[in-house]
Structures are given as C-alpha cells and as structure tokens.
Design a protein. Sequence first.
Length: 417
Amino acid sequence: MVIKRQYILYFILLAIFIQFSFLDEYVRGGSDGTTITNYFVTFTICFFILVFNKIPRNKDAFIVIFILFCVYLINFIFAADRNPSWFLYQVIFLSVSYYVAAIYFHIGLSDYGKFSRYVKKIFNVGIPVVICISLYILVKHYNLLIDVLINLFEGQNYFNGYLWQLYLDFYWDKNRAGGTMAIIFCHILTVPEPKYKSRNIFFILTVLPIISAIRHLQLGFALTAIFINIRKMRFIILIILVFLVSIFPFRNVYFQILETSTKKDVRMMGLANTINIVTEYPFGVGNGVYHTFVLNNMDELTEHLSDYGIHMPVGPESDVVYVFSSFGLLCGLIIYAVLVVMLFRLWRLYPSLTYPDKLFALVFIYFFFAGIGEDWIFSFSYWLLFGFALGVITANRNRNLRSQTILRPQNINMKYL
C-alpha cells in the first residue's frame, strides 16, 4: 500500500488544526495531561505511513534536523536536570518534522495543485466553525460586550472576559485559540479571493473581541508586517530612529516608567529569570523541566518581586525564555541561529511564492515573532509547521527562486483588514 504524498500532507495539516482546536482539552475536561493528538498523530505517522511509504531524501532538511538533534542530545547529557520522556517526544517530533519537509520537498506540481485545493477546503470548513463559536460567545455573553463598549479605553481586562468564557464553554485556551486564528488570518492574507471577501470580513468582526485580548497575536502580526515590508519602510524606520534620538535627553524619565511597568509583566519576569538561569546553568535547566524548576524554586525566584505583590509565572510565556532557560546560552543561540536563517530565507522567497507555500512561509514568520510573547516552540504542532516551512525553503519547485535576487519584497495583502 502506497499513500499519495498530498494525502499524507493533508492529514498532517488536519493534525495541526486538531491540536490547535479545543478537542484535546474538551476530551480531558480541562485536566492536565499529554494531548491525545500527540499520541494519535505520532503513532499514525510513525506506524502506518512510515511502514508503507519510502522516506524521501532531503539533504538540506536532514542537516537542519541533525543539528537540532545534536543540540537536544548535548542538553540531555549536560543540563542540570533531564526528562527522558520529553526528550523522546522531541526526537519523534523532529523526525516527523523531517518527514514533512522531505515529502513537501519532493511533491510534484500536479500534486502541489491538488494539495493547494485541499488546504483551501480545510479553511472553508474551519472558518465557519470558528465564526459559529465566536457568535455563540457573543450572544450568550452579550453583557461582556456591553462592558467592553462602556470601558473601551479603560484597559484590556474587559476583553479578557471573552477568553475566559471561551475556555469555560469550550475548553479553548488562549494559546490554541490564538494559534488557530493566526493561521486563519495568514490564509486570508495569502488567498485574497473576492468571492470570500464578505465571509472574511464577517469572520474578523466576530472574533475581534476575542483577539483583542490576545496580545501575542497583535504583536506577532505587527512585527510580521514590518519584517516583510522592511525595505519599503525605510522612511518610517528613519522617523522612529529620529524620535528615539530626540527623547534621549529625557531618557531617565522614560526608563523609570518603563522599569516600573515591565517589572509587573510576567514575560519580563521570565526574561529576568532566564538571565539568572543562563548565568548559573550554562546548559540550562533541561528541556521539559522548566515548569518543575520554577515550582521548586518559587520562593527564591519571587523574593525580589515582593514589593509588587507578584508571583513568578510557572509557564515561560515566551519562546525566548523557554529556549534559553532550558538549553542555556550556547545551545539556545544555535537553535535561534537555525530559526533566524530560516526566517530570512523565507523572507527572501516570500514575494515569489504561490499558495500554499506562501501560507506556510507567513505562518512560520508569524510564529517566530509571536514567540516573543508566547511559548509555542517544542509543541507537536510547531514542529509540523516547522517541517512545512523547511520544505518550502528546500523544495525543488522553488530552486529557481532561491537563485534569484529579490528586488522588492511583496506586501502582505491587507485589503481585507
């Protein structure tokens, strides 16, 4: 039995949406535990697909995955603590990521066209589902909308009520909901089909109260738009630099305000904690043990925050925090060097890519920047998307694009926003 490659990719893409959906949490009733899709999808790919299908070769992707595996192995041997089951999971995730990149590398133009249509079908089904969920929250909890309108400029806490109700009603947390909506937004921006214009606008309006409370979603798209259009924004960047220079004489005032506000932010506390960890543990605390480390050292970590009445968050709340705290300075830099190289390769290719290559490139760029304020990395869905992005960079069909000089990056199509 040989499974056609476009169907394998179709299944893998469905797996990404399943894990980003509320299905896992809903089945577990909100309790802690490994997601069912981690088990199910990994088992299916490793057993049924790998047994009945020859693994295609992708030399460039293999080198990238091998570098990351070596980093994992060094961390597992020399880190302050280790989690064998987590290490095994990550090795499996890397293997699946390579398999995705290898398949996507070899997929022919005819299969590529079929896969493109399959991807669009997933979104054509998924977007109405998200709209229905959003409308349900808006109608059932209309009082929250009234509070938001009354206190529109008072702060973000009123929008957070939607996130909380989304979790209470559907067990859909901020991380998964934000990831789902981010991928849908990337689809809308890369496939501006006129016949879906009204639907896309309606989708944006219905999810607006929810995404208003997801700061990493806003940050990710803001930085993504700037990054992709960086060459056209030289004048704007110059204005920003002039502004920063102009406020330099008043730096003490701004720094005091910034210091007070950032110390109350959980992500800044995580970054401060990372500096201490990197200094004390050259190879990090160990991959998969960050939460345990924080819980075991909570009193020591929160001692210097007693004046603010804030406790150290158990979760890293940032990919930057998670990578450097878990792997240390050197290994963390190697991981981010790989990600940055891929980031710029995708940026260079982006103007000439077609759908769905452009979708996966935009999704990877978004998650790179959104990772500043959310911990996506090391999840199964992240490594599946990583595999697609790696496949885009190394794909045979994009070989000519890699040798071209891109004179001017293409804008993200913002006409529907």
